[in-house]
Structures are given as C-alpha cells and as structure tokens.
Design a protein around this ligand. Structure first.
Ligand SMILES: Cc1ncc(COP(=O)(O)O)c(C=O)c1O
Length: 348
C-alpha cells in the first residue's frame, strides 16, 4: 500500500500501465464530491463548475474556460469554433485529434486535416508555412493549426517554448488549438508555467481524468468570445450538463493537489525506459528523452511482449502497429515498477 491507502499496485496485484486514464479518484476527491455545492449548469448556476472553470482559466492564462465531459469533446468544440467548414487544419499525423477520434473532426466540424510528420512530437514551422502556401495552388486554405502537448504517440514529448514560439510565428494570424490533455505533465517536466506554455495557443484543453485522477471531465480555455461560442457548440454536441458540480469538485482537487506529484510518474517512466532500452536496444527508446509519463517502444515481438507482461501481472497497450505503450500514473507505485522491471528483463 502507498501512503494514499487505496492507491498503488498492492490493491489489485496488477500493474496497469495501459493508460493514465485507469486512475481512480482519491479519497479527498470522493469527499469533495460528496459535499459539492451544485446548481443547474444549464443556467450557469453550478458554483463548483464555475469555480473549476475559473481556476483552470487562471492556471493557463486565458480569459475563460468551459467544462466538458471528455478531452475528445474539448477538441471537437475547439474545431467547431476555430475551424471553418471545408477548411484545412494543420496537425501532426499521429495526434489524437487526427488519429484517435474516429473521424470526429470530419463528422462534427466538417474540416479536413492537412497532416504533417510529427514523429518527434512537434509540428514544424516549415510544414505549416508550406500548408498555408498551398492555397495559392487551388488547395484548401488553412483555418487552424493544432498541436499536442505532451505528444502521446511520440512518447509523451513536451514542447519547448522555442518550438512553440516558432510554430506560433509560422501560423501567423491563424488560430492555434493546443491539445494539452497532458499539459500539466509538460509543465512539470519542463519547469515552465502552464500559462507561458499556452501563451502560444488561442485555445487549450486539458484532461482532468488522466494523470490528475479525476473520474470525469476536461476543460477548454481561451478568449471569452471563443469560449462563449464553445458553450453553444458543447450544447449542440450534447455535452451540456446539469448538477455537474458533483464531478467538477473532483476536478478542483485534481488541479489543486495532483499536479506537482506528476514528477513521481515521470521518474518512474524513466526507470521503465532504461529497462526497455537495455532489453531492446533497437526499440527506439532513448531514456534521456523520456521526460514525462509515457514510454512508447517497438520491440521485435510486440504481441509476445504484451502477452508475456500480462502473464507477469503487468498490463501494457499498443497504440499503433508494433508500438507498445507503458504509462505511469498515481496507481503505479515503486513496487509495481520493480515488478515491471523484472518482467521486462525476461520478456521475449
Ligand atoms: C493527447 C490526447 N488528446 C485527447 C484525448 C481524449 O481524451 P478523452 O479520452 O477524455 O476523450 C486523449 C485521451 O487519451 C489524449 O491522449
């Protein structure tokens, strides 16, 4: 057991490294949920939701924020407000909004993606400029640039401020949406204030239900007029909620108590990365480049590895053909890491 009682590997005997979405609300969150003040958020009268939106907007240096059920909905609302039907959205080809939302952008926002290489987690300025120039050659005009920070498929890579500044400059007057599902991992890993990171984006979304352990919810922040239009789009998508303060209360605990400890997850991920690099030197993992809570690697026998780990009580996921993913989070303690290191050393 960890100091947090119900949390840690000992509770289930399984080390679940599939995703940080498997985290469960902390006892403090459950207490906050039980005593949350609520109202009808449809009328803007839920004080806990309002407070969560205000706290997040302040943390990311934006005018206003909108509480939505999921990260996917936050991205979709951003696309509907900032994108244009028939317009091109520049984004990395393995970003969540492109590859893991089941075509939602086409369905919900009628945009088309102009995808660019993002193996290193970054959308490069030259690619943005080239995409914008294509309008001269009878191709769709770019209406929006989307970036992901940290970048999941690239192995949890956080953007540097320099790269963000260059991206912003290349985008010119275009709006930029940052999928910051794991923005706070990026902030903790780089030591940069979230508001400084998001200064380069028009809107930013963050998930409360991943490494921060809240049971439900994400937030979208941006200029007041953009968020006001976002409120309407959330309604259109069926995401308006009523006494949502019950879940927002857990989100407030997430934002105020669970951010700094992400450094522990990052340190544990680095230990896993070192073991992976030692066991499979050609699997594409440089432990020095693992800065947050994700390790993505390509062992010679990925399915055999997943199967062997599962039989050893360690759950891993695959995020692309051949790409195995290990994600550290609050429910994985040092004992779980030790067991995983032993299993990795023996894996096929
Ligand atoms: C980078 C990124 N963006 C967006 C999402 C979507 O969040 P949700 O699962 O809450 O819809 C995820 C979820 O895994 C993610 O990893």
């Amino acid at each position: 057991m960890t100091a947090h009682g119900a949390h840690g590997t000992a509770r289930t005997g399984i080390v679940d490294l599939r995703s940080d979405t498997v985290t469960r609300p902390t006892p403090q969150m459950r207490r906050a949920m039980a005593s949350a003040e609520v109202g009808d958020d449809g009328f803007g009268e839920d004080p806990t939701v309002r407070s969560l939106e205000e706290v997040y907007a302040a943390r990311v240096g934006k005018d206003a924020a909108l509480y939505v059920p999921s990260g996917t909905m936050a991205n979709q609302v951003a696309l509907r407000v900032l994108g244009e039907a028939g317009g091109a959205v520049v984004a990395g080809r393995t970003q969540h909004v492109v590859a893991y939302e089941f075509g939602a952008a086409a369905r919900n926002a009628a945009v088309q993606f102009h995808t660019v290489p993002d193996d290193d987690g970054i959308v490069h300025p030259d690619d943005i400029r080239r995409a914008i120039d294509l309008a001269v050659y009878h191709q769709p005009a770019v209406c929006l640039v989307c970036v992901e920070n940290t970048h999941m498929a690239a192995g949890g890579v956080p953007w540097t401020l320099e790269a963000l500044g260059a991206m912003r400059a290349a985008a010119g007057a275009l709006p930029v949406h940052m999928d910051g599902a794991r923005l706070f991992n990026a902030a903790v890993a780089t030591g940069v204030d979230p508001a400084a990171i998001t200064a380069h984006a028009t809107t930013v979304m963050s998930c409360l239900s991943k490494g921060l352990c809240a049971p439900v919810g994400s937030l979208l922040a941006g200029p007041a007029d953009v968020i006001e239009r976002g409120r309407l789009e959330r309604k259109r998508l069926g995401g308006a909620m009523r006494q949502a303060g019950v879940i927002a209360a857990a989100g407030l605990v997430a934002l105020t108590t669970m951010v700094d400890r992400l450094a522990e997850d990052h340190a544990r991920a680095r230990r896993l990365a070192a073991a992976v690099a030692e066991r499979w030197p050609a699997a594409g993992v440089d432990p020095d480049r693992v800065q947050t809570n994700l390790v993505v690697f390509r062992p010679p026998e990925p399915l055999g590895v997943i199967d062997f780990l599962a039989r050893s009580g360690v759950l891993a996921d695959m995020v692309a053909p051949g790409a195995v993913r290990l994600v550290t989070h609050f429910d994985v303690d040092d004992e779980g890491i030790e067991r995983t290191l032993v299993a990795i050393a023996k894996a096929p």
